[in-house]
Design a protein around this ligand. Sequence first.
Ligand SMILES: Cc1cc2nc3c(=O)[nH]c(=O)nc-3n(C[C@H](O)[C@H](O)[C@H](O)COP(=O)(O)OP(=O)(O)OC[C@H]3O[C@@H](n4cnc5c(N)ncnc54)[C@H](O)[C@@H]3O)c2cc1C
Ligand code: FES
Length: 281
Amino acid sequence: MAVGAEERKALFLPRLASLEKVEALSDREKMFRIRFNDGSALGHQPGQFVEVSVFGVGEAPVSVSSSPTRGPAFELGVRNVGNVTSALHRMKPGDTLGIRGPFGNGFPVADLVGRDLLFVAGGIGLCPLRSMILYAADRRQDFGRLVILYGCREPAERLFEGELAGWRDRPDIEILETVDRCPLDVAWEGSVGVITTLFPQIDIDAARTTALVVGPPIMYRFVVTECLRKGLSPKDILLSLERHMKCGMGLCGHCQINNVYVCRDGPVFSHAELTRLKEAH
Ligand SMILES: Cc1cc2nc3c(=O)[nH]c(=O)nc-3n(C[C@H](O)[C@H](O)[C@H](O)COP(=O)(O)OP(=O)(O)OC[C@H]3O[C@@H](n4cnc5c(N)ncnc54)[C@H](O)[C@@H]3O)c2cc1C
Ligand code: FES
């Protein structure tokens, strides 16, 4: 696809943006609401990512966590793990940062219309999935059932607590949660066990369902097994991959798996596609 001069500039040059709101999601994650200084929208699809520049420190790829249905400001949920992310965590509303992108394919939104969606989020994987969950919730009539399975290590690590409660209250969204473990002094009404223990609790119509799975790599194999056991076709199990990335647009080769650039051809791949990529296993 031919890319225009302005679009090309947005891919190579960080656009100046301001932090509008910073909110702690847990001890390790914060949510950053960002707005471009020129007032333009990011123009992303759910499942796409941006390269975030903290000037003088560096750049990091981060999935967009908000839905394009919600106006020009956009949100990133970021775990503090290293140089760029810790510098970002020190920033305050009003501070300036740079954004390149959006990059990647995102979820195939048009193909998902009319389908039942089974969201499977492990830990911080809820950040990228939230973009598609909010999109489907905002265009509720376009989709069938919305079923969310969310698992994290402990109740204190749950992200978007207020939104989880809001989704639970909606009669048109089904949500089941689990934690790997729960300290004795913490009140917890969800399940205890790894995320795959939620699968026996749900009934799905496999022919109508697409699973959207984002979480730590260790989770994927077990979740895919459960999805296949439920009768889902490999083409209807979508997984978002994380690889070390630099350019974000298929030029540097940092994210390459066989003949595929995860940044450009992904990060979302179906299980059917991944079984053809030997190094992805
Ligand atoms: C497509 C994509 C989407 C992402 N979305 C999010 C998101 O929504 N929220 C979020 O918090 N993080 C996300 N990440 C991960 C994020 O990019 C890394 O945590 C970040 O680049 C770390 O940068 P740093 O400078 O803070 O850490 P560094 O100082 O570079 O490194 C800290 C540690 O993290 C490791 N590391 C760095 N980058 C990666 C990576 N890409 N994969 C695995 N390990 C890495 C390093 O090896 C090192 O051990 C995403 C990554 C990709 C590729
Ligand atoms: S990050 Fe450069 S090719 Fe993917």
